[in-house]
Design a protein around this ligand. Structure first.
Ligand code: ADP
Ligand code: MG
Length: 657
């Protein structure tokens, strides 16, 4: 009779469709489709399921992971047991029908040297059949492919990667020949399930005894060379190393282990550096130390306790794609949400840690988390405090701050652009090179302002690809002549940062390639040789007419001394970077009409004025060269090929004469 049950349902419940798994890749799948792997017990039915392809690939990596990485599986299973209890605690506190509601929340760890087994159990939330299939048979995670590639190439130790990526359960197969998971969900009507696997192709599922207590018990039959994990002292050592912060009693072979509870609720004077570090190891699933941490408590206007860490490395630079939120939300030590989407602003997504507020309602739903004025207030307070923490770090430990800046500057810049409320404070955290710094050395706005010259009103910036290019920019000429410092900005997004910031301490940020740059007059210098005013007027009138489609204005002036001409961006024109960005976003971009200023003292300009009288054709060719080169330098030349053609024509004409 049971043989007739279609594969996709089992006792009226849907199970994973066999079709979801590509058929040909495993013998196991073929077995399933042949229907030959279901066995009828007395009252029970054993159902074999293949792992999802990605799980099998992961297991292949896990099984071949470094021997030294192995112990992380204990950390991962204990962490899952703790998560399950946290979820259960919230359910208990918010009411509803629960299986075995009185059952105390706790973990238990049992070793058996003789049988070479280790058992990690909890009285937490448990799993239904459907959940077991989903959670212990598939990986639903974007970026899985990238992760698998990295783990395979051995970039970063596999053990560390596994936990951070959130596929910790499978790490058990580093040490296991076979794993038996017995679980009973909190849902009153759920059946108890036994899941067994050797971590090869798939797993089997069967119903567990009806009196199975709530929670999950994971029995690990250890590999021969992993027998250490059945030794009490070894396991006690590992549990102590990673699991000091479990908020539930841990019963170890019948004896209660000491745990440190909720360090974020403590006074920071009472927490040691080691405790902060090991709490970080625990929540970030890593062995590396954090780059910096902040412990913050407040009683008013909101009761808040928070510990936040900046990781050693920028996780997005590792190629996993965008980080998911990693700051958990607690209400008086009860975990409400381990990955709330909207707790902190997006640009703080690299932070790992805990935010706890007594003022939050326990039964706050995901929807309420989306739009809650209290949460917004909390985010505001924490963000402000974290920015202050970074400021202090910069002041007291420049090396650490520089390291932070090197790895996380893009988030700070993102914050300037996206956060109206905090942008001024974030502006103080920015670092950059300038005409006054050595190559590779950084400065900041406060120091820039302290160095401003008498008569200097504004802060000057110049955008470009790199320092070497910027150092030779003709735009620097008038600033150099006045002894003014110019900030070099070489990141693609810097234009947006400056456009958002607008000013620092009431000092306008001015891009020195714009036409509206106003500089205090220089002391009169004796007239350098060049064309006179009359010639200059004639020249500009002529060129304005010839280039009326391309340029909005042609002038002469003394803004630059080293180049014959420069192109200037009109006040309301979009800069080349912003234009390129908008174009890439598929938006229509208004045309720019740059201006060109000629340097009346430059020998080529003197020559040009001469040619206007004597040989207009050649004059036009020279003008085209000077103008295109100026536009190119400013990133405003629409068609660089034209410049090459023009210069060839000019050369031919000159050499042919
Ligand atoms: P993560 O913990 O990052 O989600 P894991 O691979 O460690 O990834 O675990 C996968 C999922 O399996 C968990 O999210 C949870 O839903 C489920 N799970 C694992 N262990 C337990 C357990 N002891 N009790 C209840 N659910 C569990
Ligand atoms: Mg886990």
């Amino acid at each position: 009779m049971l043989h007739n049950v279609p594969l996709t349902t089992y006792r009226g419940r849907p199970v994973l469709e066999a079709d979801a798994v590509p058929q040909a890749m495993s013998e196991f799948a073929l077995d399933v489709s042949a229907g030959g792997t279901r066995m009828e017990g007395k009252e029970n039915l054993m159902d074999k399921q293949p792992f999802q392809t990605e799980v099998r690939q992961l297991l292949d990596i896990v099984i071949h992971a470094f021997y030294s990485d192995r112990e992380v599986f204990v950390r991962e299973l204990v962490s899952n047991a703790s998560d399950a209890c946290e979820k259960m605690r919230l359910k208990q506190l918010t009411g509803g029908d629960i299986y075995q509601p009185e059952k105390e929340l706790r973990l238990s760890i049992t070793t058996d040297e003789e049988k070479r087994t280790l058992t990690i159990a909890d009285t937490g939330i448990g799993m239904t059949r459907q959940e077991v299939i989903e959670y212990l048979g598939t990986i639903a995670h974007s970026g899985t492919k990238k992760f698998l590639e990295m783990a395979k190439e051995g970039k970063g130790q596999a053990g560390d990667l596994i936990g951070q990526f959130g596929v910790g359960f499978y790490s058990v197969f580093m040490a296991a020949d076979e794993v038996e998971v017995t679980t009973r969900s909190w849902e009153p009507e759920a059946e108890a399930i036994k899941w067994v696997s050797d971590g090869q192709q798939g797993y089997s599922l069967e119903e567990a005894p009806a009196d199975t207590p709530r929670g999950t018990s994971i029995l690990i039959r250890l590999k021969e060379d992993a027998a250490d994990f059945a030794k009490p002292n070894h396991v006690r050592y590992i549990v102590g190393k990673y699991s000091n912060f479990i908020g539930f009693p841990i019963d170890f072979n019948g004896e209660l282990l000491n745990t440190v509870q909720a360090i974020w609720m403590k006074n920071k004077k009472d927490v040691t550096k080691e405790e902060y570090e090991s709490f970080y190891h625990f929540i970030a699933h890593t062995d590396s130390a954090p780059l910096t941490h902040m412990h913050f408590s407040a009683d008013a206007p909101i009761v808040l306790n928070s510990v936040l860490y900046v990781p050693e490395e920028n996780p997005e630079a590792m190629g996993f794609g965008r980080c998911e939120p990693q700051v958990s939300l607690y209400c008086h030590k009860v975990l409400i949400d381990s990955k709330p989407d909207n707790l902190l602003p997006e640009w703080l997504r690299f932070l790992v840690g805990v935010v706890d507020s007594d003022d939050l309602p326990l039964n706050i739903s995901r929807e309420m988390l989306q739009d809650n004025s209290l949460l917004r207030k909390i985010a505001g307070i924490i963000t402000k405090r974290f920015i202050k923490h970074l400021e202090e770090l910069a002041k007291n430990d420049a090396d650490s701050y520089n390291k932070f800046w090197e790895r996380f500057s893009r988030y700070i810049k993102e914050g300037v652009v996206t956060s109206w409320e905090h942008k001024d404070a974030l502006g103080k955290l920015l670092r950059f090179e300038s005409t006054f710094t050595e190559a590779g050395k950084l400065t900041n706005f406060a120091d820039y302002i302290s160095r401003m010259k008498e008569g200097q009103k504004d802060i000057y910036v110049l955008f470009g690809a790199n320092r070497a290019q910027l150092e030779h920019s003709p735009y620097l000429d008038p600033l150099k002549a006045r002894g003014f410092e110019v900030i070099f900005l070489t990141d693609g997004g810097d234009q947006f940062v400056i456009d958002s910031l607008i000013k620092v301490d009431d000092k306008q940020l001015k891009s020195i390639s714009r036409a509206d740059l106003e500089l205090p007059p220089l002391e009169a210098t004796p007239d350098a040789p060049g064309i006179d005013e009359g010639q200059a007027n004639k020249l500009t009138t002529w060129l304005a007419e010839v280039y009326k489609d391309k340029l909005s204005k042609v002038t002469t002036g003394d803004r630059v001394s080293t180049a014959p001409a420069i192109a200037l961006l009109a006040e309301n024109d979009l800069s080349p970077d912003v234009k390129a960005y908008l174009k890439a976003m598929g938006q229509t971009v208004p045309e720019t009409h740059p201006q060109v200023e000629f340097n009346p003292h430059h020998p080529l300009v003197v020559k040009l004025a001469e040619l206007q009288e004597k040989n207009e054709e050649l004059g036009k060719m020279l003008a085209a060269q000077l103008i295109d080169t100026a536009l190119l330098r400013a990133g405003l030349l629409e068609d660089p090929a034209q410049l090459a053609d023009d210069s060839h024509r000019l050369l031919e004409s000159l050499l042919g004469q």
